[in-house]
Write a protein that binds this ligand. Sequence first.
Ligand code: GCB
Length: 636
Amino acid sequence: MARRTAVAWAALGPLLWGCALALQGGMLYPRETPSRERKELDGLWCFRADFSHNRRRGFEEQWYRRPLRESGPTLDMPDFVGWVWYEREVILPERWTQDLSTRVVLRIGSAHAYAIVWVNGVDTLEHEGGYLPFEADISNLVQVGPLSSQLRITIAINNTLTPTTLPPGTIQYKNDTSNYPKGYFVQNIYFDFFNYAGLQRSVLLYTTPTAYIDDITVTTGVEHDSGLVNYQISVKGSNLFELEVRLLDAENKLVANGTGTQGQLKVPGARLWWPYLMHKRPAYLYSLEVRLTAQTSLGPVSDFYTLPVGIRTVNVTKSQFLINGKPFYFHGVNKHEDADIRGKGFDWPLLVKDFNLLRWLGANAFRTSHYPYAEEVLQMCDRYGIVVIDECPGVGLALPQFFNNVSLQNHMRVMEEVVRRDKNHPAIVMWSVANEPASHLESAGYYLKMAIAHTKALDPSRPVTFVTRSNYAADKGAPYVDVMCVNSYYSWYNDFGHLELIQRQLTTQFESWYKTYQKPIIQSEYGAEAIVGFHQDPPLMFTEEYQKSLLEQYHVVLDQKRRKYVVGELIWNFADFMTEQSPLRVLGNKKGVFTRQRQPKSAAFLLRERYWKIANETRYPYSIAKSQCLENSPFI
Ligand code: GCB
């Protein structure tokens, strides 16, 4: 389904970058409630790639004005390719078009990377950046008369990466005409995953009343044995309204209530949200029901929204990461949204499979390397107690020219969008603003300082980090993080083949970082490639034995340090994933402990033993047996 942009051979289209920094309004997940309906537009879209020389034919011929089929041939496309045009014709329920107290919203879950949207040929919405949702109120376009229930949605998407996009990229023209055709160019990227393009998550339409709950922000605390739920609600479409807030427990029993746009609910004897394997009843969720009654020019309306709420605290000391006041050790993975056939396209069966495997492994955490994952993924984390480090698409900041003011403004806007979308998930315990930026550069130091400060201002309730692979003595961003996240590939990229050096080098790494910064450290990546079925004794690179042996060497040192100031280990990677072609990659990156088809390599069993052992040492105060945890085999 998902393919890569065919960028070579043509100039870029009109890139109308220009998003405002200040975000307008909230980005609540579009749930169905008694006052809200939703209509998913999953399935086939009409599709056309613009192969014209300058890639501008679609704009010159105004393809959005008429059905795409009238301006040339189209393909059925469940997903996407490059600088391309998607179209969908939709029939709306009559009430949506006739009832003027209904507001109709078009929401795009993710379009990588720059999108322009027309509704019935009218320019409606533009958005820069993949992996994050954007939406527009289209009521005025659909409530225009008796024939208005038919709607045509056209989306033009360009996934060209430039020095100021996030992630950044460059376009390189190959001017040597003896080796390349005239005008030939390639897109260079500076990250190690396939740059799948297009619509990756659901496009949907949903309704609210014209006066509606626009946003809810919840933070939680604990005071003695009471849980505290602080809420802030913003309302749009009316100044004359009342808000009722009710907190229900998992059995639907009312435990606290309030009124107004902000307040604090106190829950005596609250059941806290605990990570998986840290408690016999992890991931306890309350429901915050918000009911709005408002006066509008058309009469009274009411809106209703329910938000899952987990009561928990997060704190960081010099050497510990605390959840609900108890030391938490991240034993987990780094993931990608990636699978055969669907690329980065969202897929429920894959998601369920991955969560079964995570629980089987005994993993209690993952990082959303290297971009924000679908909201449905985070909802699963809330429900299963899988702790998340939420990373923005700040990956591949490898060149000095990427650290400029335009990029920084854009990066800060992206963080605003990430925090706005994800702030209410109890599973998210830390934000990551970047992966492996060239943080030894002075300009990167300033850039990271600003990006981190901005994120902290957006959400003072969570620690902020970025993931580094710079040397401890050279890193200019490290002073600003709350937790050090350090990647290293000893005996893989450095001194490859020399497993005997790992313990010494890893010990030096931890001790140097800790001595310099006195902050808790997470080994945020380590690993080795293994091609499933390759075996060799003594272990050689790319075999399952080598991957296992490398992990074992890391674990010796992690065991020494995790009782001191190392607060986590996240394997690179959960599963094999697709990358750009290179002489360093064999059909993608093979550092998964599962294959791309989610079958276990030997390392998965090693990791499982380890994670369950650690869980049993650090659990409070309950004992959970591996067998109790999963009724079904995760390999189903
Ligand atoms: C890294 C990157 C990750 C790569 C990995 C590798 O340091 O953060 O994106 O995929 O190394 O396998 O090289």
